[in-house]
Design a binder for this molecule. Structure first.
Ligand code: C2E
Ligand code: MG
Ligand code: MG
Length: 276
């Protein structure tokens, strides 16, 4: 009992979507994907304690495309599953060398998992194979899952997280504070790390309200014996506020943007060419 108009605009949008999907599919086949790595610093002790692998699409014509522009499409089309598996395998391979060079100092590689990957039956096997093929010790792999993803079908997800924990990997709740975790669930989630979302860091040095929220999140993490990593620090004032609240690990532009593999090599060898 209704009728709808099909407009030219809808046709254009559908065609655009289709051509983007095709381009993404081809990019995966042609291995136009590359990984950049953003260092995580321990500000008090000094030094890099880990790296987060962040995918980019190196399009021959358009240049570097950021994940915000293609991860949603990859999710929607299911292409995130092969893409995510490639990211995991590639990151583990690269990280093995950096881990060995760290000579026993704390070092881990962080890899993001999408909601689609998290729903895959063979996720645990995929992670196990990536570790075995690369020789990376499981404790050097940190899998990052956003809080909002975990909270969908939380009971099922707790079971998956527990299976991943059996492998010996670390689990981080990404973008923490934006996904409405119930405190009751937080107690039951087998996670090791909270990553404080940059929303909470942005105004931390200016707004007592934001500082109170950040302080509460950091205190919560600490009392649950979790490691707390801050994202999104761009100024010294923000860094000092975080340090004052007891958060000393930061993965932030103030210290380094995500770097290409060779730049990362140089950084880890102690010859950083960072533009502070
Ligand atoms: P994320 O996992 O929360 O990664 C942190 C993002 O914050 C990165 O953006 C990083 O460049 C950015 N960032 C770090 N420090 C600062 C800062 O001080 N200021 C600002 N403004 N930004 C900062 P990027 O690389 O654009 O990645 C965005 C998101 O895309 C990631 O957020 C993650 O959710 C997703 N993503 C990236 N790579 C992958 C992947 O391989 N698989 C999946 N499933 N998602 C990915
Ligand atoms: Mg992440
Ligand atoms: Mg994040």
């Amino acid at each position: 009992n209704n009728y709808q108009f099909f407009t030219q605009d809808m046709h254009t949008r559908a065609m655009l979507h289709l051509s983007r999907e095709n381009a993404l599919r081809k990019a995966l086949q042609r291995t136009e994907m590359i990984l950049h790595y953003q260092p995580q610093f321990d500000v008090k002790k000094g030094g890099v304690v880990g790296l987060e692998a962040l995918v980019r699409w190196q399009d021959p014509e358009l240049g570097l495309i950021w994940p915000g522009e293609f991860i949603p499409l990859a999710e929607e089309t299911g292409l995130i599953v092969p893409l995510g598996q490639w990211v995991l395998e590639e990151a583990c391979q690269r990280a093995k060398r950096w881990h060995d060079a760290a000579g026993g100092r704390p070092f881990h590689i962080a890899v993001n998992l999408s909601v689609r990957q998290f729903g895959m039956k063979n996720l645990v096997d995929v992670v196990r194979s990536a570790l075995q093929a690369s020789g990376l010790p499981p404790q050097a792999l940190q899998l990052e899952i956003t809080e909002s993803v975990i909270m969908q079908e939380v009971e099922n997800n707790i079971a998956v997280l527990e299976q991943l924990k059996v492998l010996g990997v670390r689990i981080a709740l990404d973008d923490f504070g934006t996904g409405h975790s119930s405190l009751l669930y937080l107690k039951r989630l087998p996670v090791d790390v909270l990553k404080v979302d940059r929303e909470f860091v942005d105004q931390i040095h200016k707004s007592p309200y934001d500082a109170a929220l950040a302080s509460t999140i950091i205190a919560l993490g600490k009392s649950l014996k979790l490691k707390v990593i801050a994202e999104g620090v761009e100024t010294v004032a923000q860094m000092e506020s975080l340090l004052g609240l007891g958060c000393q690990t930061m993965q932030v532009y103030l210290f380094s943007p995500p770097l290409g593999e060779e730049e990362c090599d140089r950084l880890l060898r102690g010859v950083p060419d960072l533009a502070f």
